[in-house]
Design a protein around this ligand. Sequence first.
Ligand code: PGA
Length: 250
Amino acid sequence: MNTPMISPNIVVCESGPDAARHVADLLASEIRTKPDMVIGLATGGTPVDVYRELIRQHREADLDCSRVTSFNLDEYVGLPSGHPQSYRYFMQQHLFDDANFSPAKTHVPDGMAADLDQYAKQYEQLITQSGGIDLQLLGIGNNGHIAFNEPGSLMESRTRVVELAEETIDANARFFESTDQVPRRAITMGIGTILEARKIVLMATGESKAGAIAEAFAGVCHPSNPASALQRHANVVVVLDPPAASRLGS
Ligand code: PGA
């Protein structure tokens, strides 16, 4: 933790849809510049409009994703890929099925792997063998988590199985019939894994993220807010809408 802090580049867009377009343009421009890039992808409510815009650019503006390799951040433990709330299913529904990604080049952690610890190591190896992540897309939890690295996670952490925080289970219950159905464990890239990406784009919208954003980027780097670890990365862009930015500088 002796690395000097580097201010992230913070972009406040006029609205959530504008933020999504801005992020999609950043991703699309990387893909156009380096068609065989390695991209890190996220799930959740935040990237849905980003992916919709990428699909639009694929259909209407010749965006070619066929040579892109992708690695998703995380997956629930115990949900098969065909489960409507699994992150593999999410990615197929919201992006992969409608843009021309090559199925063999898309990677989402397997939450059903027989030996999850071994699988987590293999996922790391696969990222390394692919040449490392060129651009990682991130959301942020209300509690400051990035991927499923909950408060208290080590900055050096690698891909592993984690227990979800109660706030995360509550926040994600909206996607399930009841809170009881939300898995309690997940497999997630670590903060150390994420920090190795050459470029990071974090997007957040809505007032519920304002506190986590302010702590992450206007406060000190501390494990109580995992996203604050991004202060140690030299190439981070934070894309916000006005409500998410409302507590920066306060
Ligand atoms: P959300 O989740 O996009 O559904 O708000 C973000 C996160 O938990 O990282």
